[in-house]
Ligand binder design. Structure first.
Ligand SMILES: *Cc1c(COP(=O)(O)O)cnc(C)c1O
Length: 424
């Protein structure tokens, strides 16, 4: 579900024609429907209402300040993975008690910043990280809440780049080792072992792996409880909920809640549930608008539609082989359907947005909407080929605003200088 739809021939974002925005800001650009972000957030919140969970939007999926502010103002917390994300989180005024910090490689500086900011919890990925956080917390004379990220070793049926809960992944701590850490929590006097965390992968369309992983967490929590060492107060089941890119039939928020909530029976009064959705909230909430520059016939009668957005703007097709639907911003009912690769201007064969795609014949100057780019879109963009990053435009109803400006040529060289000393 999203708020990009045709009214007659025109593609609209909420009540604003996409073509009108393109005329004002030029192409390419990312376009976000604020209403869609909130719709998805509310769906998940409402589905889990019986347990009043803490929903921390995983801001690595989309860290635009306006998007974050809209979610935070409506009660969302944030899941961060770096000091840079903490900086953005502070900038939008999130309640620090709603911030959780994951990452296998937190530096001492990042740990200190986050403790000083009084975040709720670190999701810890190794014994050495525990020692590092304990040391910083001790130096700052405070006690810091942590959760242990378990590696539940469940298989999630998704792209191998985005499964994170198998034993061969770098993420989380093996159950036995994690149990040992809980038993030895007295060795970390400045830490409170408050939670258990999992995140088993991304774009997972069915509840089964989640159910299996949550079961393993609860068994773990019971085990720790019987040993009487600490009480686990938080169960963080991560993100990873899948969305529709093409023909997927992902679980709805309600179906997901219906699968998970029964497992938590009997734990309601002593375990706070935490969710970290990224893609579920943001994926369908944004599009990338691009313009056709040229058409060209390759050998073997293959057609290429060359557009002004490239893999530096949206890397998902090249990186994950991801499918993004491509729609014309102006629909011509009678235009004939062609098969083509939609490619960008970058000097790489991997620079494509779609392969062998059948869609209405595109002509130079025509605008195309690359759908479902709200997650892992702009945030993964780069300046490769010295291309300035594109703007991020937000729509609310009939109004649109540039929330992040197009980078300039000067932005490209802002931090650079010519080092004369190396020249002969
Ligand atoms: C990336 C990530 C998420 C969000 O994943 P989605 O698939 O976008 O929901 C949540 N938690 C952690 C720890 C992550 O690394």
């Amino acid at each position: 579900m999203h708020r990009f739809q045709y009214v007659g021939k025109q593609l609209y974002c909420e009540e604003t024609p996409v073509a009108k925005i393109a005329q004002r800001v030029g192409t390419p650009f990312y376009l976000y429907s604020i209403g869609t972000f909130l719709d998805h957030y509310f769906k998940l919140r409402d589905a889990f209402k019986p347990v009043d969970p803490l929903i921390c939007f995983s801001m690595k999926a989309n860290s635009n300040l306006t998007v974050l502010k809209a979610l935070v103002e409506n009660g969302a917390g944030l899941d961060i993975v770096s000091g840079g994300e903490l900086f953005r989180a502070k900038r939008v005024g999130v309640d620090p008690r709603k911030v959780v910090f994951a990452s296998v490689g937190k530096t001492p500086e990042e740990i200190e910043e986050a403790i000083r900011a009084k975040i709720l919890m670190f999701n810890v990925e190794s014994a050495q990280e525990l020692e590092a956080i304990n040391a910083v917390a001790g130096r700052l004379r405070t006690t810091q809440r942590i959760a242990i990220r378990l590696n539940p070793d469940v298989a999630a049926d998704t792209h191998h780049y985005i499964t994170t809960g198998r034993k061969e992944n770098k993420f989380g701590i093996h159950l036995k080792t994690a149990y040992q850490l809980f038993m030895e929590s007295y060795r970390y006097p400045f830490l409170r072992f408050a939670g258990v965390h999992i995140h088993i992968g991304s774009q997972i369309t069915e509840a089964k792996p989640f159910i299996e992983a949550v079961r393993r967490c609860l068994e773990f929590i019971d085990g720790v409880r019987y040993a009487g060492k600490t009480t686990v107060e938080y169960l963080n089941i991560g993100g990873g909920l899948g969305i529709i890119y093409s023909k997927e039939k992902p679980q709805t928020a309600q179906q997901f809640a219906d699968a998970i909530l029964p497992l938590l029976k009997g734990y309601e009064n002593r375990l706070r549930l935490v969710l970290e959705p990224g893609r579920f909230i943001s994926g369908n909430s944004g599009i990338l608008v691009t313009k056709v520059l040229y058409k060209k016939k390759g050998q073997n009668k293959k057609s290429f539609v060359i557009v002004d957005a490239g893999m530096n703007d949206l890397i998902r097709p090249a990186f994950y082989g991801a499918y993004h639907e491509i729609l014309p911003v102006l629909r011509h009912v009678r235009s004939k359907v062609e098969k083509a690769d939609v490619v960008g201007p970058i000097c790489e064969s991997g620079d494509f947005l779609a392969k062998d795609r059948r869609f209405p014949a595109a002509e130079p100057g025509q605008l195309l909407a690359v759908m479902s780019c709200g997650a892992y879109g702009f945030v993964m963009s780069s300046n490769y080929n010295s291309r300035p990053r594109v703007p991020e435009v937000v729509v609310s109803g009939r109004k649109f605003y540039v929330a992040r400006q197009r980078e300039t040529r000067n932005d490209l060289i802002r931090n650079e200088k010519i080092v004369r000393e190396v020249l002969s």
